[in-house]
Write a protein that binds this ligand. Structure first.
Ligand code: G3P
Length: 224
């Protein structure tokens, strides 16, 4: 399973990328707005960050979202966004106009990530339009007392049934356990906020065990 960072912060993305285990980045208008910097500059900088010899092995797509809501305008905006950097994937909201735009953009060879997906029926429409990725939002479903992971399960089953190539990009992630559950179901990608990424490394027994190993080693060295 690929791991993307869901952030508009260059600092967070740099820190996560330094681990060597990040496969891409997703942003959204809220994340970009939070940083208060120029959209184009931020997306270009992220693209360049993953376009080095160290990232040569990695496709490392960078999702950047349109803010138009009519297909015609979305297509114009998507073409401009796609030109910011070769790693850019254009994020399109899952509304009827968005699906129309995705159909046209996929015909033009522009990669898309269909966002704000909350049902398997919506995911099927995104796939039929030729989306590269579809982003089901787990945390936001859980927030309204629905089962986010069931959505991933349903989409996985449908995409497997019909050998659909659109990648399942699980989004709106709140905890490391959700990442594990998503991997068990078999999503292609999970995109996680930096705070959750940091938590993936942690277990108190790892810290305790390391402390003990180092203390025992110190004692042993004194006897040599
Ligand atoms: O970027 C899309 C998604 O991951 C947003 O997550 O935490 O705002 O529900 P969240």
């Amino acid at each position: 399973m690929k791991i993307f960072i869901d952030s508009g912060s260059i600092d967070e993305i740099k820190k996560a990328a330094a681990s060597g285990v990040i496969d891409g980045v997703t942003t959204n208008p809220s994340l970009i707005a939070k940083e208060g910097k120029d959209f184009k500059t931020v997306i270009k900088t992220i693209g360049e960050l993953f376009d080095t010899e160290h990232s040569a092995h990695c496709e490392c797509p960078v999702s950047a979202e349109v803010v138009s809501i009519a297909a015609k305008e979305m297509i114009v905006e998507a073409k401009k966004i796609a030109k910011i950097h070769k790693k850019v994937v254009v994020k399109i909201p899952l509304i009827p106009e968005g699906i129309k735009a995705v159909k046209e953009l996929s015909g033009l060879g522009i990669k898309t990530n269909v966002t704000l997906c909350f049902t398997a029926a919506q995911a099927l429409l995104a796939a039929k339009a030729g989306a590269t990725y579809v982003s089901p939002f787990i945390g936001r479903l859980n927030d309204i007392d629905q089962r986010g992971l069931d959505l991933i399960r349903e989409i996985k089953q449908i995409f497997t049934n019909y050998d659909i190539k659109t990648q399942i990009l699980a989004a709106s992630i709140r905890s490391p356990r959700q990442v594990v559950e998503i991997a068990l179901i078999g999503a292609d990608v999970v995109t996680i906020p930096y705070k959750v990424f940091e938590k993936l490394f942690n277990h108190p027994l790892t810290d305790k065990g390391l402390k003990q190993f180092l203390a025992d080693w110190d004692q042993y060295k004194k006897t040599q």
